[in-house]
Design a protein around this ligand. Sequence first.
Ligand SMILES: [Fe+2]
Length: 152
Amino acid sequence: MIKATLDKGDKDTGQGEYTVELVQWNDSFVIGYQEVDEDHQKLVGMLNALNTSISEQDTHEVVGKVLNDLLSYTAWHFRHEERLMQTFRYPDYVAHKKEHGSLIQQATELQTKFLAAEQELTQDVMDFLKRWLVHHILQTDKAMADFLRQKV
Ligand SMILES: [Fe+2]
């Protein structure tokens, strides 16, 4: 059912097994607001776990569970950021929340189609999720953190 071939970033463990890291965490992702940085690190780990699950050709059910965990955590994390922005009256709150809403909508559609076996989690889909996350952290969340840091 899953036909994705994800070979970018594969690491040969030397034991005939491959670990696949779609996104390699590095210091450029640190936005300087610890509780959000911790969320982001977990989010990157969960996106990588989905990538690994696909590349290992796990069953549709298992991949679906990993995808669901990722989306649930993403929704929780967005609410976490939104609570912080509201608490400290972040001036770009509405625009930032809109970006979150747009991703949730696209990801939920993707999940619905995946569960109905109408959509596979292809390299393109994973690249979309990767690009979205990296761009959002580096641009939108960094700007938020610059503001929040002045409030603590
Ligand atoms: Fe955000």
